[in-house]
Write a protein that binds this ligand. Structure first.
Ligand SMILES: [Zn+2]
Length: 396
């Protein structure tokens, strides 16, 4: 009993970390790009005066701007100029609203200052970026390091295995992407991160309605969650199953159909390799330095415990694929293997569902519809019932 209480406390602490309510008091109304001599000027229009935290990241070259308690109602999709190639923004963690600028060439922070409202303009924050050599950029990356927010303790210790008095199986449903990482973008303007959240919430509702599952979502709002924290939650709650929900995109608009992925160091084919490269970029997109996290993931991989988990994952994937086929259009080769970071939980059977292509008209319509989302959830609930029934039959 004591360990159960302990587990409950630990879970609520973790959820609190991810979902504590953000006080939104700096409203960003837009951004502008311009030239100021040789410098590229980046202006953030907002309500109120704030002092952002600014730092540089290498590989690829990025400028990260963290605003305390910010929000951004509507993006005016301003075209970047000068040294900036692209930008994105969103909630990075509770209390931190992040803007990431992708650099075309090395550049350093020449000036940054805030301007109070005047002459028809509201409050602004101005950042001037100056083209730089590789070595002075590298120096600036190092010296701005202390501005990075300290990473939260995202992987809690393994709680003891507890016997579940309520007899429910525990499932973690992971809504792909979120916050500053939008995922893939559809032609109609719908983002992957929005669709995955809707589908995941439907899956949670359907699973819980059976009375047989306790379901945790890795996120329940538009916020960035690192890969490690996603499977870290599965570990913390002693999950029996981890399901990551995604939406794919590809240049050819005729390609459609869903795919279920399970972990393997070697991709099953070219397509699976492409997918893994794209999905694994999430932390880079969100402005995270990967150099500090890679080692741990690699060492997890070689653990022998993973072998059994991989077999269980594949077993669930096959059942899920059959159920998905009866509800929505699936690829002919509907179960593939890829080296996906989010599936690297050493002892929780994990699958990743690419529910369809946002770049295909028919798939996009299905994914955005309540009916389509319900059909996906139905398939997941049926497959989950079947999978655990098989385990029970095998005495597990
Ligand atoms: Zn994705």
């Amino acid at each position: 009993m004591r360990s159960l209480v302990f587990l409950a406390l630990r879970v609520s602490a973790l959820l609190w970390l991810s979902f504590s309510v953000l006080a939104e008091n700096t409203n960003i109304s837009g951004v502008r790009f311009g030239q100021n001599g040789a410098d590229t000027r980046f202006v953030i229009d907002m309500s109120g005066q704030v002092e952002p935290n600014i730092f540089l990241l290498a590989n690829p070259s990025r400028v990260v701007i963290d605003l305390p308690n910010g929000s951004w109602e509507k993006d005016n999709n301003t075209k970047p100029t000068g040294v900036v190639e692209g930008y994105r923004h969103g909630l990075f963690s509770p209390g931190i609203y992040r803007i990431v600028l992708d650099l075309k060439q090395p550049a350093i922070l020449a000036k940054s200052f805030s301007l109070p409202a005047s002459g028809g303009y509201g409050d602004r924050y101005v950042i001037d970026l100056r083209p730089a050599t590789d070595s002075s950029f590298a120096e600036a990356v190092t010296s701005s390091k202390h501005e990075r927010p300290t990473p939260r303790d995202v992987v809690p210790d393994t709680p003891e295995r507890v016997s579940r008095s309520n007899g429910k199986r525990i499932v973690v449903v992971d809504a792909g992407h979120g916050g500053v990482d939008p995922g893939t973008l559809g032609r109609s303007g719908e983002n992957e991160k929005t669709l995955t959240l809707k589908i995941s919430k439907q899956i949670k509702a359907d699973l819980e309605r059976t009375g047989r599952y306790q379901v945790y979502l890795t996120r329940d709002k538009d916020i960035y969650i690192p890969h490690r924290q996603r499977f870290g939650l599965a570990k913390a709650v002693n999950a029996d199953l981890f399901i990551s929900v995604h939406v794919d995109a590809i240049a050819d608009p005729d390609v459609r159909g869903g795919t279920v992925y399970t972990l393997n160091e070697n991709a099953s084919d070219k397509e699976a390799g492409r997918l893994a490269r794209m999905e694994n970029k999430s932390d880079i997109i969100a402005g995270v330095d990967l150099a500090e996290t890679n080692n741990e993931v690699t060492s997890i991989l070689i653990e022998l415990a993973q072998r059994e988990t991989m077999n269980a994952s594949a077993q669930y994937a096959e059942i899920l694929l059959a159920e998905m086929r009866s509800q929505v259009h699936m690829h002919k080769r509907g179960h593939r293997f890829a080296n996906l970071l989010v599936l690297k939980s050493p002892d929780v059977p994990s699958v990743l569902i690419e529910t369809g292509y946002i770049t295909n008209k028919i798939d996009a319509r299905m994914l955005a519809s309540t009916d389509g989302q319900k059909r996906i959830a139905k398939a997941v609930a049926r497959a989950t019932d079947q999978y655990f029934a098989t385990l029970v039959a095998q005495g597990r």
